[in-house]
Design a protein around this ligand. Structure first.
Ligand code: NAD
Ligand code: UGA
Length: 444
């Protein structure tokens, strides 16, 4: 199959490289000339494990190329995927669909022969209808089918998620388009990844429902963690105790500083708006959005409390800035709200992140960035883990403590067992867990 991906961001680039790896011929088009120039020169604009090798291998095999020129690529393609951004619209939280509609117009002008136009961007229900209207209005002659095929990959595990998906959702009732989509995903079908066929609107809604449900799960366990702190329980044990019930499942029950990233925050918000407009409000999701927003700032207060009630004039060492490990993506990272909260309270913040610092510097120029976790701790009044990078999982706690001015350790990802941190001499605070001694007491 000949495929064009419009948008060479996380989704377009990963999907394009994976489709090429399946044996298809893929052209990734982006109107960001610098990004395309980077890609043409083997420079990958994002940090995603394994992506550089995958891209290089498929470029070498002449199955993957990059261009800013949409016209020829679309004209030669069997399928054109729209993978442009759908950020929150400034001010009101609706999904900004201007990039999707602009892409649809450009595609319309370039289509030659039967073409399946596939929306891979996360778009509100009914967007496919509008994409189809745009294309048919400007090209009534075009032989085209508009399909929804939402993407479920996670950053940091994007290639594995794309190549071994739990399911592939395809929204169309057109048999010819179904045949094209089956052919594109055939290598995965052989691996028995199920294809869920539905109407286009259903597929669009399925994507938002999936993200919202995961956000609900995270927020639920975060609130249970808060309750554990109040009444003396251990959220890790609660999560295990409920997660082993197959009806609940153990994934996405890790408590933390609140979900961030380029998707959950904007998608939950957009779904809330869709539901309100449809007269069918999703009150659970509305509450989750509000609870998660408040949680990020509350984490700054948690740090301040651990420091004895004030951080004015103190230095706080922050480990981890990205919204999750194995990405350099800072979009809506909890670190942004936490660090701002600490600075507002009069603290100086020093930070280290294995991959996120270049992007973080652009957003938070007034943070002191350092080269490793140990120099981050140097002379600081507290150490805070915000993102659970592997590099922070086996720190030499004695060495860290020796570098700190006072042994205050706030672990917002529950990376360390409380007993271990306390044995190392820290005053240790984590999320929803009793201290090491209490816990030992409960167990004995
Ligand atoms: P991104 O911002 O990383 O990339 C979008 C790219 O599209 C940019 O490079 C931009 O220059 C390009 N672009 C915009 N308009 C264009 C046009 N008319 N022609 C050519 N290029 C154009 O976005 P992303 O993170 O890849 O997300 C894309 C979509 O996929 C969003 O709807 C998002 O919600 C969804 N999604 C993202 C993820 C993820 O992990 N990031 C996962 C699943 C779904
Ligand atoms: C998420 C979904 O997991 C993907 O399926 C989806 O395709 C994607 O959004 C999207 O639509 O863009 P992603 O944002 O890359 O993927 O990362 P996640 O692993 O889902 O983490 C999101 C946030 O939730 C992070 O801040 C993470 O730290 C937090 N989280 C996740 C928790 O706090 N606890 C958990 O148990 C899981």
């Amino acid at each position: 199959m000949r495929i064009t991906m419009i948008g060479a961001g996380y989704v377009g680039l990963v999907s394009g490289a994976c489709f090429a790896d399946f044996g298809h011929h893929v052209t990734c088009v982006d109107h960001d000339a610098r990004k395309i120039d980077d890609l043409c020169n083997a420079r990958i604009p994002i940090f995603e494990p394994g992506l550089d090798q995958l891209v290089a291998a498929n470029v070498r095999q002449n199955r993957l190329r990059f261009t800013t020129e949409l016209k020829q690529a679309v004209a030669e393609s069997d399928a054109v995927f729209i993978a442009v951004g759908t950020p929150s619209r400034r001010g009101d939280g609706y999904a900004d669909l201007s990039y999707v509609y602009a892409a649809a117009k450009e595609i319309a002008a370039a289509i030659v022969g039967y073409t399946v136009v596939v929306t891979k961007s996360t778009v509100p229900v009914g967007t496919g209808d509008e994409v189809e209207r745009i294309i048919r209005e400007s090209r009534p002659d075009a032989d085209v089918e508009v399909v929804s095929n939402p993407e479920f990959l996670r950053e940091g595990a994007a290639i594995a998620d794309f190549k071994r998906p739990d399911r592939i959702v395809v929204g169309t009732q057109d048999e010819r388009a179904i045949a094209v989509m089956r052919e594109i995903y055939r290598p995965l079908y052989l691996n028995q990844s199920p294809i869920v066929l539905s109407s286009r609107r259903t597929a669009e809604l399925t994507k938002y429902a999936a993200n919202a449900f995961l956000a609900v799960k995270i927020t639920f366990i975060n609130e249970i963690a808060d309750l554990c702190e109040r009444v003396g329980g251990d959220v890790q044990d609660v999560a295990r105790g409920i997660g082993l019930d197959n009806r609940i499942g153990s994934k996405f029950l890790h408590p933390g500083p609140g979900y961030g990233g380029s998707c959950f925050p904007k998608d939950t918000l957009a779904l809330v708006k869709t539901a309100q407009d449809a007269g069918s409000p999703l009150r659970i999701v509305e509450t989750v959005v509000a609870a998660n927003d408040q949680r990020k700032r509350a984490m700054a207060r948690k740090v301040i409390e651990a420091c004895g009630g004030t951080v004015r004039g103190r230095t706080i060492a922050v480990l981890g800035l990205t919204f999750k490990p194995n990405t350099d993506d800072m979009r809506d990272s909890p670190a942004l709200a936490i660090i701002t909260g600490l600075q507002d309270a009069g603290a100086t913040v020093r930070a280290f992140d294995p991959e996120g610092m270049p992007n973080a510097k652009a957003l938070m120029p007034d943070v002191d960035y350092v080269a490793d976790p140990y120099s981050c701790a140097d002379g600081a009044d507290a150490l805070v883990i915000v993102t659970e990078w592997d590099a922070f999982r086996a720190l030499d706690l004695q060495a860290v403590k020796a570098r700190l001015r006072s042994p205050v350790f706030v672990d917002l990802r529950n990376v360390y067992p409380p007993a271990e941190a306390e044995r190392a001499g820290f005053s240790y605070t984590s999320i929803g867990r009793p201290g090491g001694e209490d816990k030992a007491g409960v167990r004995s």
